[in-house]
Design a protein around this ligand. Structure first.
Ligand SMILES: [Zn+2]
Length: 381
């Protein structure tokens, strides 16, 4: 049996007037998904447990089958793992965004104009040179997403995710350790603008100590791999000892290499893996940008450029099961994540399920299952 998990990040949404009252999932032309849903099982998944923030870290931890209430310590330590950083128990990791804050204090762009990783690495190196030390270390990541490792006592602060502040006043950190963070953020405003990017400072958030998670093979008894352009999903793979496959042209943006991800899934499964997770960030970025057209397009690309060939390839390989769900909604109206439960689809190639329609309204009356319980339903006999 081969297993595939498909994660269109943030794809769940709300009915939208411009779509005639439909959601992007309803409006997008997705014939392959519709045919899978017609012979599978659809329902709702509570991927964000009560009391936890609706981040991709929490949602994707649920999707890979680990209860976030037991394992989640913060977003940044997961991304630090993706960069190969091993934190000591007396160290805390912060996410360090390159952001654009206006002169009036408005968060203009939580992604700092999406710099290239290469351009951003020069900024991070300068920040380390001028503001860093042996104990306070800036590590370059992907595009606008970087990591600060600091002494454990720096963890005691309340920080607002910058993507929750889009077009709003930027709320700076508060709490006992906030002054250390504020000092660095303030000082970065003299350094970041020198590089001619849209970004003009750093923003710290998502801190935590390194979580201790059992390997996926120990938790579920099978070998798993994944592909993603997003550090925190890669980090979840590292922390659970999955085979993290790099796909050329996987950008985390609208232009990502959909076919490359599909082919990575099929090749890794053919080479012996039991399960493969395909994560695509584009639908989430479209939600954050409030870009309805790109969100619908991202879903249609999933169908045409991943699911169609994936199903053909899986059929040729033997028996298979597929689980599809996003890690949280990112409604285009709100431009940020919500804690709402999301629709899921579970399909067994050989079994006719109850069938249904994969959309938010079609699953609205289903009782939400804990998100982390779906992995067990997918892979355990
Ligand atoms: Zn997400």
């Amino acid at each position: 049996m081969k297993y595939v998990v498909c994660v269109p990040d943030g794809c769940a949404d709300e009915p939208i007037d411009a779509l005639g009252g439909r959601t992007p999932l309803e409006a997008a032309s997705m014939p392959v998904l519709a045919s899978l849903a017609a012979r599978g099982e659809v329902g709702r998944a509570a991927v964000i447990p009560p009391g936890l923030p609706p981040g991709s870290d929490v949602g994707n931890m649920s999707i890979i089958g680990y209860d976030p209430t037991a394992y989640h310590t913060g977003r940044a330590p997961i991304e630090a793992a993706a960069l190969g950083l091993k934190l000591r128990t007396d160290q805390v990791a912060y996410r360090c965004n390159l952001v654009t804050v206006g002169a009036d204090g408005t968060m203009l762009d939580f992604a700092g104009g999406h710099p290239t990783s290469e351009a951003a690495a020069e900024v991070i190196a300068a920040l380390q040179g001028e503001l860093g030390s042996d104990e306070v270390v800036f590590h370059p990541g992907v595009q606008y997403r970087h990591i600060l490792v600091a002494p454990g006592e720096w963890a005691d602060a309340e920080c607002t995710p910058p993507h929750d502040l889009s077009d709003k006043p930027a709320i700076w950190p508060t709490g006992p350790a906030a002054s250390k963070l504020q000092t660095l953020m303030e000082a970065s405003r003299d350094i970041v603008p020198r590089f001619g990017l849209a970004a003009n400072q750093v923003w710290f958030w998502g801190q935590g100590f390194q979580p201790v998670m059992p390997a996926f093979r120990d938790a579920y008894g099978i070998e798993a791999g994944l592909c993603t352009a997003v550090d925190l999903v890669r980090g979840l793979g590292v922390l659970t000892d999955m085979n993290v496959v790099e796909v050329e042209g996987a950008t985390g943006w609208f232009d990502t290499n959909y076919e490359g991800k599909r082919d990575a899934a099929l090749a890794t499964l053919a080479a012996g893996a039991d399960l493969f997770l395909v994560h695509v960030e584009a639908s989430d970025e479209a939600g954050h940008a409030g870009n309805l057209e790109e969100k619908v397009t991202a879903l249609e690309r999933w169908d045409d450029r991943i699911l169609r060939g994936l199903v053909e390839g899986l059929d040729a390989m033997g028996p298979w099961r597929l689980l599809l769900l996003p890690d949280h909604p990112t409604p285009v109206r709100l431009k940020t994540h919500t804690t709402d439960s999301v629709p899921y689809l579970l399909v067994d190639a050989a079994i006719d399920g109850p069938g249904g329609i994969y959309s938010e309204p079609a699953t609205a009356t289903s009782i939400a299952r804990p998100g982390h319980s779906l992995m067990g339903r997918l892979v355990l006999p």
